[in-house]
Write a protein that binds this ligand. Structure first.
Ligand SMILES: *[C@@H]1O[C@H](CO)[C@@H](O)[C@H](O)[C@H]1NC(C)=O
Length: 518
């Protein structure tokens, strides 16, 4: 009886009093985004909360206390062969890595998300209530509308390292002299040319946001959110107000992977939260293969979005031949089986990446430089060769190179020869491994694990009614006050007044003197 009572009290404490309802909106059709999304809802649910999860890629199995809003039929809008074609990028026929390409893509995604009947049902359901909404940021802020519909605090989730476009939502834009754009591959300290590049690039970005993206966002807000807000509330806030009414930003980053950025109090780095503390054991065949690799294992994967089979035939053949020259065992994550494979090269269609990287014989990771792969390489302390392809991969790889544990190889027709050179350099220079172990130590040396931090800060927002105490004061000061233009104006007025007063006194004195002389 006694134990039962204790148990019930414990349950009530765990799930009863502090249980909240969260809405997590992560409708990006990329595998890595889905990994981050489902890890987030799992941590929140494990802490006893009820979570509603809007996604196009469903979790592998149902998660207790998580209700999925299934948008999986929206996958039809995306090419089955991956959004990025490797060969097109190598042949320079791809649209390129710029806001001009990303914004229309992500704005369309948000439209497809919001017009989906399952999502419409959610926002039109007047009985539906949430304590906070967490939504993924990807080049636009349309999803702030959810906070207005459910009248609850808004938390952004940024899947990349902090950059001006998200910082601006909660604080002033950081100085481009030492903070780079997310699509750039400059790493501070910047040279004169790079500083000018960052200034131009970020100013252009700001102009595009103001004169182009804002209009697109506002259209979608008016079309999909405003009717739902009107249904529930008397007033409809303007989109501009909502955009900056942010309680918190969860940032999938850590200082060990990027650099020390100056962050406002409400940007919380939680990089690494998707890696479980106990990694699953390897399948038997891979375990045996890796255990027996006397000279170590090189693991090669271009991530989950890119299809290695889109490599041109010639490059594939050269890569195989090149890997064949080494004594190391090569595990290549590849979607098709390749003919004429050397004995040391093993193709896996699906790779348990974390388990492979955790194995003590894994000595090198050849990667596209996606942030999850970069995080995992630091988590498990494996040096890398980075072949960036799109989005933040360039800046991730550039930082990894600057941090001293990676080499960069360009995606090109000569990449087999370039990778060979990089592997050789790596095999006879231990500095990359030494450095990655140092960074791994920095990464792990935190007061609490990132998944605990995630849950804590999300709960904190609810417990403190939107955490207004975390808002940066800089954010509420108009630009002319930041530049002290008002003060300069006051000084000018004082100087002018003084000048006239002096002139007046002088003329009085002169008049007096004249009187005396006469
Ligand atoms: C801004 O957010 C706070 C905290 O969630 C909320 O109380 C307030 O109503 C919001 N303001 C607007 C205009 O939506």
């Amino acid at each position: 009886m006694h134990t039962w009572l204790h148990f019930m009290i414990l349950l009530a404490l765990l799930y009863g009093t502090n249980a909240y309802k969260y809405l997590v909106v992560s409708p990006i059709p990329g595998k890595s985004h889905a990994i981050l999304g489902s890890a987030m809802v799992t941590h929140l649910a494990n802490a006893g909360h009820e979570v509603t999860y809007v996604t196009v890629i469903l979790p592998e199995k149902p998660i207790p206390r998580v209700t999925v809003v299934d948008l999986s039929d929206n996958l039809k809008y995306f090419p089955a062969d991956g959004a990025m074609n490797l060969k097109a990028i190598m042949d320079n026929t791809h649209e390129g890595n710029s806001l001009l390409a990303f914004v229309p893509m992500t704005i369309n995604m948000s439209r497809n998300t919001l017009e989906h009947p399952n999502l419409q049902k959610l926002i039109r359901d007047k009985n539906q209530k949430f304590d906070a909404v967490i939504t993924e940021w990807l080049f636009h802020e349309v999803f702030t509308g959810f906070a207005a519909v459910f009248d609850c605090p808004l938390i952004w989730f940024s899947t990349v390292q902090p950059h001006w476009m998200v910082v601006r939502l909660v604080d002033e834009i950081p100085n481009p002299a030492y903070t780079v754009d997310i699509l750039s591959d400059n790493v501070p300290p910047l040279t004169f040319k790079q500083r000018v590049e960052e200034l131009c690039f970020q100013t252009m970005g700001r102009l595009l946001q103001t004169f182009w993206v804002s209009g697109l966002e506002e259209n979608i807000y008016n079309e999909f959110f405003v009717p739902a807000i009107r249904d529930r509330h008397n007033t409809v806030p303007s989109f501009e107000t909502l955009r900056y009414n942010v309680s918190l930003i969860l940032s999938n980053s850590h200082v060990s992977m990027g650099g020390p950025a100056r962050l406002p109090a409400n940007i919380i780095p939680i990089g690494g939260y998707h890696i479980s503390s106990t990694v699953k054991p390897l399948p038997e065949d891979l375990q045996k293969l890796m255990d027996n690799a006397k000279h170590g294992v090189i693991y090669f994967s271009m991530g989950s979005n890119l299809r290695s089979k889109q490599f041109p035939e010639k490059v594939k053949a050269e890569l195989l031949q090149m890997f064949g020259k080494f004594k190391q065992t090569v595990i290549w994550k590849f979607e098709e089986n390749l003919p004429n494979r050397p004995n040391n090269v093993h193709i896996v269609q699906w790779a348990p990446q974390q388990s492979i990287l955790e194995h003590k014989n894994c000595i090198l990771f050849i990667t596209h430089g996606g942030l999850l792969s970069i995080t995992e390489s630091i988590h498990f302390g494996v040096p890398t060769i980075g072949i960036p392809v799109f989005a933040d991969q360039f800046v991730n790889v550039a930082r990894a190179v600057k941090n001293g544990y990676a080499q960069k190889v360009d995606l090109s027709y000569s990449m087999a020869a370039d990778i060979e050179k990089a592997i050789k350099e790596f095999l006879h220079n231990p500095k990359y491994t030494t450095r990655v172990k140092e960074l791994s130590q920095i990464y792990h040396d935190r007061p609490i694990p990132p998944e605990k931090e995630l849950v804590h800060w999300v709960d904190h927002v609810v417990r403190t009614q939107g955490a207004p105490h975390l808002r940066s004061p800089a954010f509420m000061v108009p630009w002319y006050q930041k530049l002290y233009l008002d003060f300069i104006l006051v000084l000018l007025v004082i100087v002018l007044v003084l000048k006239y007063v002096l002139k007046f006194i002088k003329s009085l004195i002169l008049a007096k003197r004249k009187e005396k002389i006469n």
